[in-house]
Design a protein around this ligand. Structure first.
Ligand code: TXA
Ligand code: MG
Length: 312
């Protein structure tokens, strides 16, 4: 794949945002680090992010937006969220909010969770892309899994050239530090310390968030054990499905649900969390899953399936 480099002129930003609209992956600067973005409502586009990063597992992604109204279309807003937003947005702060039912956000971007991490970046290029594409953009940091975050276009080019569709060359990310993450579930707590001082957030919410974190009430993201798993028991690497099992196939097999008939791993990743949710809707008690090749994004699919199959 050839990676297109865009400058920050209006016509180039328009072309870059078209890439997002048409399901492509695009690296762009934010004030914290470069993000690797895709249309957050498109599972296939989001799957390409994980493929490009070579992530061995699926983490939920931050959904970047340009306005509170845009967020309110898919997340449950609250007066506390409003207070924090008025003080710190646009800026280097991410809020975790409950997801609204029937939201359009791709299940893969949420790793199947019913909560969603949202951010309104202050960086003018990020804002332009978000407005022009007119869709929420899911984006982790624009670096291969396990390597340091990119704060310059050159970092992104050296690590991801040929693996993503485009890069907006927009100078350095001024902060270069990861974002602060605050959750409101069930009440405000800091999940990740970062660019914004927790004392400033504590002050406007009249709470001592630091004390809470030290008291051990913190649940660090990345260590989230609550990623979605269906209720039924799961048998992996099933070449033959048994009676009474609900089958989740891969490739040309006769089955109840199929991750990808054409054995396309990106498509399988895109369908994964929707299929896991469907298995619950079907009331599946015993689930059998076809073997999935342990290569590329298949490694992340197998990781998720193994966790789902572990005794509950
Ligand atoms: O500055 C940044 O944070 C960059 C820019 C591009 O926004 N993003 C970034 O993303 O570094 P990433 O994927 O490295 O970190 C996102 C964090 C992860 O630790 C993830 O677990 C957490 O956000 N997260 C996402 N959704 C969540 C949710 N629903 N609940 C709790 N944590 C969540
Ligand atoms: Mg990262």
């Amino acid at each position: 794949m050839q990676t297109k480099i865009f400058n920050t002129s209006k016509p180039d930003l328009l072309k870059a945002s078209k890439l997002i609209e048409t399901g492509g992956t695009l690296a762009f600067p934010t004030e914290t680090v470069y993000g690797l973005g895709a249309d957050a409502t498109n599972n296939l586009a989001v799957a390409k992010i994980f493929q490009a990063k070579g992530r061995p597992s699926f983490n939920p992604l931050i959904i970047h937006c340009f306005s509170i109204e845009q967020i309110q279309a898919f997340a449950m807003w609250s007066s506390e969220a409003q207070t924090v937003a008025e003080k710190f947005w646009p800026g280097p702060l991410t809020m975790v909010l409950p997801l609204l039912p029937h939201s359009k956000i791709a299940s893969l971007a949420l790793a199947g969770l019913q909560t969603v991490a949202v951010r309104i970046p202050a960086h003018s290029i990020a804002q332009s892309i978000l407005k022009l594409a007119n869709t929420p953009i899911a984006a982790p940091s624009a670096n291969p899994s396990g390597s340091v975050s990119a704060t310059k276009t050159e970092h992104v080019i050296s690590k991801l050239n040929g693996k993503i569709e485009g890069i907006v060359s927009g100078g350095s990310s001024e902060i270069g530090l990861e974002i602060t993450i605050i959750s409101f579930l069930p009440d405000p707590r800091i999940l990740r310390f970062g660019a914004i001082d927790e004392a400033d957030i504590s002050e406007i919410l009249s709470l001592d968030l630091k004390k809470k974190a030290l008291d051990g009430e913190i649940s660090a993201p990345g260590q989230l054990s609550s990623h979605y798993a269906p209720k039924g028991s799961i048998r992996l690497n099933s070449k033959v499905f048994k009676n009474k099992e609900v089958s989740l196939g891969f490739g040309k097999v006769i089955c109840d649900l199929n991750l990808s008939r054409t054995e396309n791993l990106i498509e399988a990743a895109a369908n994964l969390f929707d299929c896991l949710h469907k298995l619950d809707e079907m009331g599946a008690e015993k689930i059998a899953v076809s073997p999935i090749p342990e290569e590329g994004i298949g490694i992340a699919i197998n990781d998720r399936l193994k966790r789902a199959a572990a005794p509950k």
